[in-house]
Design a protein around this ligand. Structure first.
Ligand code: GLY
Ligand code: MN
Ligand code: MN
Length: 434
């Protein structure tokens, strides 16, 4: 759990960066209709969650740095016994102040009356302009209410800034409590991967293995951080495969990319293993290349190294392996410089991880790749994908392999947050034989 004091610290830090003449406006994620009158599971906006821990729709957090009568304000739904009987409990403004350490809270129904007055006299508005067209319009309406009173001496804001500019940089560096939650998200997902591995055998369908993953998440109270990818055989070569419908064939590999979300924080883990529990010689050869590439990339994820270093390390080992096995021809240098390896490795080696699976945070600073620093969390996920119609020896065709772990950069090096599910060949074969 993130404690109210940490949310408070985050809000203070954000307000300090924004300055006393600003106002910051962060809206809750809307509920989304799945069909007719049923909704998708509710997922709070990551920024509102990061700054408050408030988990209801129809809410707006407003930060007004330096305001004597209170800086951190929440607009949210009033308590409503009848609605709560249908839809579940609401915190209500009083509850929000008590439980989330906010300075004040109001009924969301009153926001049109109150918010223009809070904007008045402030120079700058920080907000996610362009993310939600409906909310953009409401914001313009509040602004115009202030502008309409200029002749009465009102001072409307005149600078409009992207909130992400300040907030993303804060979110990139994880606190001790965030790391604890991310370790747990990875632990739950790792256990679910292991469960899925044990359950796999020829003749089952991909969805039956997906069910093992979902069971593994939900039994601990977690949810999927994204739709699991469960791809047997050449389905593993479809990078965003989500159909999960095909039967699993004896002799194929199975690629599973599945992460759990725990208290808002994502894990993102991929394992690839043989459906029948034994790697073929060709599968083992390429698997070993990907595993070595991943280790080289993890070793390169150190403070002071470029964010690109893990990718460069992975590309080098993968390309060496492709040359050694005759999938590429030429010299290592030329195959890397020409990008020949992209025939079989067409994505990057990782991304920031946090409240979002592809988490916020700049990858470049002034046009150059940024350096890794303690507290950043990134995935390391090299792979090799040999399309079923690739012009290579038949034994390689249709093999798709990715190995993905979540890595925290520490002061001295790094910590793999997701060591639970096995990935060594011998470990996988032993587990599946058991
Ligand atoms: N599961 C999405 C990714 O690996 O980036
Ligand atoms: Mn993934
Ligand atoms: Mn990933």
């Amino acid at each position: 759990m993130i404690k109210p004091a940490e949310y408070q610290r985050r809000r203070r830090q954000l307000m300090r960066h924004a300055g006393d003449d600003s106002i910051l406006i962060i809206s809750a994620a809307p509920e989304r209709v799945r069909s007719h009158d049923t909704h998708f599971p509710y997922r709070q906006d990551s920024d509102l969650w990061y700054l408050s821990g408030f988990n209801e729709p129809e809410a707006v957090l407003v930060l007004v740095p330096g305001r004597a009568a209170g800086e951190a304000l929440l607009f949210c739904r009033e308590r409503h016994p009848e609605r709560e009987m249908w839809d579940g409990a609401r915190l209500g403004p009083e509850g929000a102040v008590e439980q989330l350490g906010l300075d004040d809270a109001f009924d969301i129904a009153d926001i049109d009356d109150i918010l223009p007055g809070l904007m008045e006299g402030r120079n700058r508005v920080y907000y996610h302009f362009g993310r939600d067209p409906d909310f953009d319009l409401r914001l313009m309406g509040w602004l115009n209410r202030v502008r309409a009173k200029v002749r009465l001496g009102a001072h409307p804001p005149h600078e409009f800034l992207q909130l992400g500019h300040l907030l993303n940089e804060m979110r990139l560096f994880k606190s001790r409590d965030e790391i604890r939650l991310m370790r747990r998200a990875a632990e739950i997902a790792g256990e679910a991967h292991e469960r899925a591995m044990r359950a796999t055998r020829p003749g089952l369908h991909e969805y039956a293995i997906e069910a093992e993953l979902l069971y593994g998440f939900r039994r601990h109270g977690a949810v999927p951080a994204y739709e699991p990818i469960v791809g047997g055989g050449s389905n593993a070569c479809v990078l965003h495969y989500r159909a999960n419908q095909a039967p699993l064939q004896d002799g194929d590999l199975l690629l599973i990319d599945a992460g759990a979300e725990w208290q808002g924080y994502a894990s993102d883990i991929t394992r690839s293993f043989p459906v029948n529990g034994r790697f073929s010689a060709a599968q083992r050869a390429l698997y070993q290349v990907v595993l070595e590439a991943q280790q080289a990339a993890i070793d390169a994820a150190r403070p002071g190294h470029s964010w690109e270093a893990p990718h460069a390390a992975a590309v080098e080992v993968l390309t060496e392996g492709l040359l050694a096995h005759g999938l590429l021809k030429g010299t290592l240098k030329r195959c890397i410089a020409n990008g020949d390896y992209k025939r079989f490795y067409m994505h990057r080696t990782g991304h920031w991880l946090g409240l979002d699976v592809h988490d916020v945070g700049d990858y470049k600073i002034d046009g150059s790749p940024r350096l890794l620093e303690a507290g950043m969390v990134l995935t390391v996920e090299p792979g090799l994908y040999i399309a079923p119609d690739a012009k290579v020896a038949a034994k390689w065709r249709g093999i798709g392999i990715r190995i993905e772990d979540d890595v925290l950069v520490t002061g001295k090096g790094n910590e793999v947050l997701s060591p639970h599910a096995p990935k060594e060949v011998d470990e996988i074969e032993a587990l599946m034989a058991g």
